[in-house]
Design a protein around this ligand. Structure first.
Ligand code: F6P
Length: 373
């Protein structure tokens, strides 16, 4: 792109550790390598619709690498195609208006699947957009990792480690509910990392008898406590997901939550020990990113800036294996990356005796081992 050029940047959807690290990386590298001007929109697409924001200078993004949240603010309600502040109207034309009025050459949109879907639709209308995949849920199609996930897993693992010792002291069944929406990545990674006895994720509806069996078997061998890590999107076989709240003016109105309590009720009276539930909630999204997430965010940001300079638009920066590659936004939009049955960590968990609440999974592994061993 011929210099100097102007680039807008926004953070859409819910917040996530590493957002500031990406803002810093995009802004610094565009200024240092391309002598570009950067404009930060306030509160995600709301800033683009309402023309609300301010130029970002190099010094504005200094000292924010380790800071949680986003200096730009975020909104998970500002969908330009269904704008809650104007009664659900399509105000996408105002995004184009702002883009032209500010003399922008491109926008870097940092966000989850909702943000990528909006970015895709806006790019079809002619805006030059590069996406950066954000979410603690790690559920964006096309990338092996999203930034924020490692931090959420670290926080959840530490929490379960702490719960482990109190479970042991009081001989209790302790249930820990993680976030993650319809994907079980956080629960799977934190559950296996913490040595949880049972890990329940949305991808495998759990059999309550299987969970009861695990608790009973542990009692029988003198292990008088059980740790269960359950994703908020998990559901009993033949049952339903637990919905905590409906946020009517949000593009994705369903807020999951409460399955830990449902499971506690299902277990009570069927296991010898007392059952308690802890919900980790937004703690998983707050505070400083881990070193891994700081570096991932910095790489994502630097690659996004390079794609802008190379005029490769309508794509999201994706991490595939060890490589950062452009991935078409249209392939990201309206999809969710869930945990496959043959995921390495599922297989490793099964091999060390972790229950995923599904007897067939264990039988399948035993059959494979019998066949090969
Ligand atoms: O997508 C991130 C996430 O934290 C999910 O894990 C969770 O279901 C949801 O956002 C919670 O949304 P809110 O902050 O609107 O309650």
């Amino acid at each position: 792109m011929s210099q100097p050029f102007r680039v807008g940047i926004l953070t859409g959807g819910g917040d996530c550790p590493g957002l500031n690290a990406v803002i810093r990386a995009v802004t610094k590298s565009l200024i240092l390598l391309n002598n570009a001007e950067v404009y930060g929109f306030r509160d995600g697409f709301q800033g683009l619709i309402e023309q609300d924001g301010e130029p970002l200078e190099y010094r504005d993004v200094s000292g924010i690498l380790t800071r949680g949240g986003t200096i730009l603010g975020a909104s998970n309600k500002a969908n330009p195609f269904d704008y809650h502040r104007r009664g659900g109207a399509d105000v996408s034309a105002e995004c184009l208006h702002t883009y032209r009025e500010l003399g922008l050459d491109a926008i870097v949109a940092i966000g989850g699947d909702g943000t990528m879907s909006i970015a895709h639709r806006l790019s079809e209308l002619g805006l030059n957009i590069v996406g950066v995949p954000k979410t603690i849920d790690n559920d964006i199609v096309g990338t092996d990792r999203t930034f924020g996930f490692d931090t959420a897993v670290t926080i959840a693992t530490e929490a379960i480690d702490r719960i482990h010792t109190t479970a042991q002291s009081h001989h209790r069944v302790m249930i820990v509910e993680t976030m993650g929406r319809y994907a079980g990545w956080i629960a799977l990674h934190a559950g296996v990392a913490s040595g949880s006895d049972v890990v329940l994720i949305p991808e495998f509806p759990y059999e309550i008898d299987d969970v009861v069996d695990v608790c009973a078997r542990r009692e029988q061998v003198g292990q008088r406590f059980t740790i269960i890590c359950i994703a908020e999107g998990a559901q009993p076989d033949g049952g339903e997901r637990a919905v905590k709240k409906i946020v009517a003016d949000s593009p994705d109105p369903v807020r999951l939550g409460g399955i830990g309590q449902v499971l506690a009720q299902q277990l009570s009276g069927r296991v010898a020990s007392e059952v308690r539930t802890t919900v980790l909630g937004h703690m998983q999204r707050g505070g400083t990113p881990t070193p891994y997430d700081r570096n991932l965010s910095t790489s994502f940001g630097a690659h996004a800036a390079r794609l802008v300079a190379e005029e490769r638009f309508g794509v999201m920066v994706a991490l595939q294996g060890q490589e950062f590659v452009p991935f078409p936004l249209e392939k990201v939009a309206d999809r969710t990356r869930t945990v496959p049955t043959d995921d390495d960590l599922i297989q490793a968990g099964l091999a060390v005796g972790t229950s995923f609440g599904v007897s067939d999974l264990r039988t399948e592994l035993e059959t494979q081992m019998g066949a090969t061993g």
